[in-house]
Design a protein around this ligand. Sequence first.
Ligand code: NAI
Length: 469
Amino acid sequence: CQDGLKICCIGAGYVGGPTMSVIALKCPEITVNIVDISEPRIAAWNSDNLPIYEPGLDKVVKACRGRNLFFTTQVDQCIKEADIIFVAVNTPTKKVGIGAGRAADLTYWELAARRIAQVAETPKIVVEKSTVPIKTAEAISAVLHGAGKTQFSVLSNPEFLAEGTAIEDLDAPDRVLIGSTLCEEGSKASQTLADVYAHWVPREKILQTNVWSSELSKLVANSFLAQRVSSINAVSAICEASGADVDEVARAVGMDTRIGPKFMKASVGFGGSCFQKDILNLVYLCESMGLPEVAHYFHQVVQMNDLQKERFVSRIIHGLFNTITGKKIALLGFAFKKDTGDTRESAAIEICRRFIEEKAQIAIYDPKVEEEQIWSDLTGACQMDKIEVQKYVTLCPDAITACDNAHAMAVVTEWDEFKDINYNKVFEKMIKPSFVFDGRNVLDHELLRKIGFIVYAIGKPLDPKLSTA
Ligand code: NAI
C-alpha cells in the first residue's frame, strides 16, 4: 500500500491527462496533481468540456476529479509536495539550429527540469514520460543535481498508449516499461514506480530495464509500427499498378503467425504527433552515432509515408481528368485517425495543402476536430492567412452538406460514421460523374459502385467501370 504517496505530473496533454487520470482511478490512496503552464488547458480539464477527446476519458476524470485527482497551474507547490514527478511535456521536432527537422526539441523538458531543481526541497523520483532521445535521463540528472539542493532519481517510463484507445490501453497495457540506473537508489526508485502500476497491471507485464534500453525501446517501438504502415502502403502502390488487392495480400501475409495480422491496413499514410517525430529522432541519433546506413534505413519509412500522401493526391487529380482547379472536393475527416480530435501531422493537412496548390475548392467535415484547429493547421501549412485559405476551404456541419455539388469525395479519416452515410442521397447531390476516393478502405465499394459512383480505393484494382471504358 502506498498510502499518502503524492504524484505530480508536469504537462496536462494527450499523455499526462489520461495516464494520470487512470493512475488516480486505480490508486485511490495516491494523490495525483496534474500541472500545466497553460491556464486555458487546466481550466478545460476542470470543466465539463475536457481539452482532449478520448473515448472513456470523461468517465474516469469525473470519478476521480476533486477526490484524489487535481488539475492546477500551481506548478511549484505541487513539485514541492510530490514524491514522484512525471514529466509529460511535449518534445516536438527541432525547428531551428543543429538537428533542425530531425532531433527532438527538449526545451520544454529542460525548463521543467530546471523548475524542479529550483523548487524541490526533499528527494524526488523524476520520471520521463515524454518520448526522449537516448541519454536524456543522464542530461536531465545533471540539470537536476546542478542546483545541489536535494537527491533525485531519474527513471524512464515511456508511454505506449495510442490516441483513440488511450483509456483501454492504460487499463490493460501490453507492458509497462521502467528504466533506471543500476545503482541501489535507481532500483529502489524503479521499485516504487513498479508498485504504483502493480495496483492493476500484472507484475509479469512490468518490465524493469536499464535506462538506455527503456529510452531506446520507445523510439524503436514507434519506428517498427510506422515501418509496418509504410511497408503495407508500399505494397498498396504495387497493387494499384498490378491489379492485386492489398487487403487480400495483407490477409494472406498476416496469417503467418511470425508476421501477424495487426497494423496491416493500407491507408493514405500515418499521422499523429509521434511516429514521424520519433523516427526522425532515431534517424538523428543514428547519424550522430556514426551509423549513416542505419539512419538511411529508418528514414525511408518517413519518405514512403510522404509518397503515399502524394500518390493519393495524384490519383485524385488523374481520376478527375487531370485537373482539380475550381472543382469541389468533399474531404471527410481531418483528424489523424478516428476517435480523436488530434490533427497533429494528419495526412489531411498535406492533402489540403496540395489541393489548395492546385486551386481546388475543399469542403471539410470532421466529427470531432475544432474549426479553429483546422484553420490554424491550414494557414500554417499553406503559409497563407485565414482569409486567403477561406477562398478555397469551407467547413461543413455534416458529410452530406460537404458533398453538395462536389465532383469528388475523399475519405481521409476512418471515422465509423462514414460507413453509415446515406450514399444514395450523397450521389443525388454530387456532380456527375461522381467520384469517391477512399483513403482508408472503409467504405462498401461494391454498394457505392451499384449506386453509380466511380470508386478509387488504396491498393485496390481500378474501378471495373473504368477498365471496361
Ligand atoms: P501535448 O502537447 O498534448 O501536452 C504537453 C503539455 O505540456 C502541454 O499542455 C504544455 O502546455 C505542457 N507544458 C510544456 N512545457 C511545460 C512546462 N515547462 N511546465 C508545465 N507544463 C508544460 O503533448 P502529448 O501529446 O501529451 O505528448 C507529450 C509527450 O508524450 C511527448 O514527448 C510525446 O512524444 C509523448 N507521447 C505522446 C503520445 C500521444 O499519443 N500523444 C503517446 C506516447 C508518448
